[in-house]
Design a binder for this molecule. Structure first.
Ligand SMILES: [Zn+2]
Length: 265
């Protein structure tokens, strides 16, 4: 099975790639709508995603990337409708491994289980170009007919990071703007000032449930702890190679199915 699914509610299903290290495995959110479905983020692209979803359900799908990084944008090219923020449109249309942050330590350590993905190789891995068909930005509303999602621009981790805010269910699909693990603000296009502003913004929303880009979903209390810790320098990933070398004890059984908790205190 290339993917596993976890039914969260009548509307929301979590899909995860199998055989990807649990600290790298992106949460792919399938949101069912009356007129069309949303797929929020698309994984590393190791196996076809659209075909896997549509064999279970025949609704038109609009795919959204919360940002351009390789662990979120790998299968975007498969979808006819590809939505994302204009600030990352050029990267998605003309991706290189460096631009989608597949470089450095990620290429040196085994983030993919070769017994499940024998064709994967760090030397040949790349992201297929996926020009956006629709730009989405702050203030846009994506209306599925029976539920609408407000687009929030949440820069910091990357310049065009977006979130999707379901004000009725008080649910925020937060991408990598906030997840239950050490936040990554040291990438080539990260911006710490923007990140701090984004976290302040997230705090000001009345969110009950966070469905994030990685790791398990969490509540408002956990959100506050994560943000406070980031501000205090605790919940910050920093230099990726240093982080990896300092966390070798956590790198056992990394392909296990269960969600892996970051070291967030
Ligand atoms: Zn990212």
């Amino acid at each position: 099975m290339p993917y596993k699914k976890f039914v969260i509610s009548d509307r929301v299903t979590l899909i995860q790639e199998t055989g990807v290290a649990n600290f790298m495995r992106c949460n792919i959110w399938h949101v069912k709508g009356r007129d069309f479905d949303l797929v929020i983020d698309t994984g590393m692209g190791l196996d076809p995603l659209k075909q896997w979803i549509t064999q279970h359900r025949a609704k038109p799908i609009k795919a959204i990337v919360t940002h351009c990084h390789f662990d979120h944008s790998g299968c975007l090219h498969e979808f006819d409708v590809r939505m994302g923020h204009p600030l990352e449109a050029d990267i998605l249309a003309n991706p290189t491994n460096a631009r989608v942050v597949y470089d450095g330590v990620w290429t040196k350590i085994g983030i993919v289980d070769l017994t499940q993905h024998p064709d994967y190789s760090a030397e040949t891995y790349s992201i297929k170009a996926a020009a956006l068909t629709d730009y989405i930005d702050e203030g846009d509303v994506i209306d599925l007919g029976d539920r609408a999602y407000q687009v929030l621009h949440l820069p910091g981790h990357s310049p065009g990071s977006i979130g999707l805010w379901d004000i009725k269910d008080k649910t925020l699909f937060s991408g990598d703007a906030l997840y239950d693990g050490e936040l990554l603000d040291s990438l080539y296009h990260s911006n710490i000032t923007d990140y701090l502003q984004t976290l302040e913004r997230i705090e000001s929303l009345d969110v009950d449930v966070f469905h994030a880009g990685h790791f398990p979903s969490f509540n408002a209390k956990r959100m506050q702890t994560l943000i406070n810790n980031y501000r205090n320098g605790v919940n910050r990933l920093g230099d990726i190679e240093l982080w990896f070398n300092g966390n070798k004890d956590r790198m056992t059984n990394i392909f296990a199915d269960q969600n892996w908790k970051g070291a967030a205190k």
